[in-house]
Ligand binder design. Structure first.
Ligand code: ZN
Length: 133
């Protein structure tokens, strides 16, 4: 089902400031930023080999990233696995009784189709499935 680790999502309070850690200190290149209004988040993608780092800054105090930081502080928020067919993957997980946050894919940054599994179904890790192109 899963092809590779597509990206690691990191919740940050200040996107501009945090970007410096990944560009200036680690030498990664910023691939682009995008605001996804639906999820109240501004994202920045930095490719690392075949995967990416996704930095996430909340655009509203009641957004999911703001709530995450309030509860747990800044840090790794989710791991995204690439799948070839997200609808099929969700149907398979549903059939296995896995609790899903998204039963249907929604729009993600870069035009990807994404869906989240419930962290209670995965022993604490928020897993995103992601299909691109
Ligand atoms: Zn993500």
């Amino acid at each position: 089902m899963v092809v590779k680790v597509d990206h690691i999502g990191i919740a940050v309070s200040n996107l501009e400031e945090t970007l410096k850690v990944y560009t200036d200190l680690l030498g990664l290149e910023l691939h682009g930023t995008e605001t996804v209004e639906e999820q109240k988040v501004k994202t920045a993608f930095l490719p690392v080999g075949d995967s990416e780092i996704e930095l996430l800054e909340s655009t509203a105090p009641d957004g999911p990233i703001a709530k995450f930081i309030e509860a747990r502080g800044q840090g790794i928020q989710h791991i995204a696995f690439k799948v070839d067919d997200i609808e099929a993957a969700l149907a398979e997980l549903k059939a296995k009784g896995v609790r899903l946050i998204d039963e249907k894919p929604r729009y993600g940054a870069g035009g990807a189709k994404i869906a989240f599994l419930h962290p209670k179904a995965t022993n604490g890790v928020l897993i995103e499935l992601c299909q691109k192109g």
